[in-house]
Design a protein around this ligand. Structure first.
Ligand code: CO8
Length: 258
């Protein structure tokens, strides 16, 4: 059985981390499969949006595989951290938007995976945390960097230094998740928003994603330059002409992704 499942319908892809008996813990084998699936996603020009979720009702992903981590030496730990960081960077660098549909525990590497997605929808039952310090560790798949950027250094330090888990409601309050839904509605809601996203001009969405990712934390004047460059290059696209023409002609645009 594959550790990572992929399905596609109506231009929306769904990746399911599939190791429910171990709460979808991320082993190096699983990360390798995820990397391969992301390669497939990146080269599929029909896809307009991706959803990442976890198999089973209990967990999105409960972290990196602690049983594998236990026997690593420093060199192997560096390689494992680099592998996870590389795979999650691939998600961040996909042209299409990626939604994390968090159905349960999103801990350690699981929260790091969710944070590499563009935004997070969570079940009311979800729990979030970076509990690595309870294991004598720290986040290694990008978590200390991304969490700080998302919720600020004070809250990020409290979460990573206590190892405490927080509820979906608290995560919503921190701005870590965008929406909290009833457990049975999380995927439905993610698909609904993915459908809206799939109707928008792909090149515009890719430019928005690149700009927001690249400019976060940059000096405003430098960030404005990046935005101006990305904005201007959209004027090479057919969809830009189509979107503006459709508005003027009072009709729905038909985007072709070019
Ligand atoms: N790794 C491996 N196995 C796991 C993990 C994990 N992260 N989480 C759960 N499991 C396994 C359990 O061992 C158990 O397996 P078994 O039945 O064979 O004993 C099964 O999943 C079910 O788990 P529990 O029985 O523990 O379920 P509970 O409902 O009692 O508890 C919890 C659920 C609270 C989520 C609990 O499982 C837990 O605390 N899990 C670990 C959470 C954690 O600490 N995550 C952080 C891991 S470290 C990390 O992610 C670092 C990322 C950077 C790595 C850099 C590379 C070096």
């Amino acid at each position: 059985m594959s550790l990572v499942l992929f399905e596609k319908a109506n231009a929306i892809g769904v990746i399911t981390i599939n190791k429910p008996h171990a709460l979808n813990a991320l082993s190096s084998d699983l990360l390798k499969e995820l990397d391969e699936v992301l390669g497939q996603v990146a080269s599929d020009s029909e896809l307009r949006c991706l959803i990442v979720t976890g198999a089973g009702e209990k967990a999105f992903v409960a972290g990196a595989d602690i049983k594998e981590i236990h026997s690593l030496d420093p060199e192997q730990a560096s390689q494992f951290a680099g592998q996870g960081q590389g795979v999650f960077m691939k998600i961040e660098q996909l042209d299409i938007p990626v939604i994390a549909a968090v159905n349960g525990f999103a801990l350690g590497g699981g929260l790091e995976l969710a944070m590499a997605c563009d935004f997070i929808f969570a079940s009311e039952k979800a729990k979030f945390g970076l509990p690595e310090c309870t294991l004598g560790l720290m986040p290694g798949f990008g978590g200390s960097v991304r969490l700080t950027r998302k919720i600020g250094p004070g809250q990020a330090k409290q979460l990573t230094m206590t190892g405490d888990l927080i509820s979906a409601e608290d995560a919503l309050g921190f701005g870590l998740v965008n929406e909290v839904c009833a457990p049975e509605k999380v995927m439905e809601r993610a698909k609904m928003v993915a459908t809206t996203i799939a109707s928008r001009a792909p090149k515009a969405l890719a430019a928005i994603k690149r700009t927001i990712n690249a400019t976060y934390g940059m000096a405003a004047s430098d960030a404005m330059e990046v935005e101006k460059k990305e904005f201007a290059q959209l004027f090479h696209s057919k969809d830009c002409k189509e979107g503006t023409a459709a508005f003027i002609e009072k009709r729905k645009p038909e985007f072709v992704g070019q």
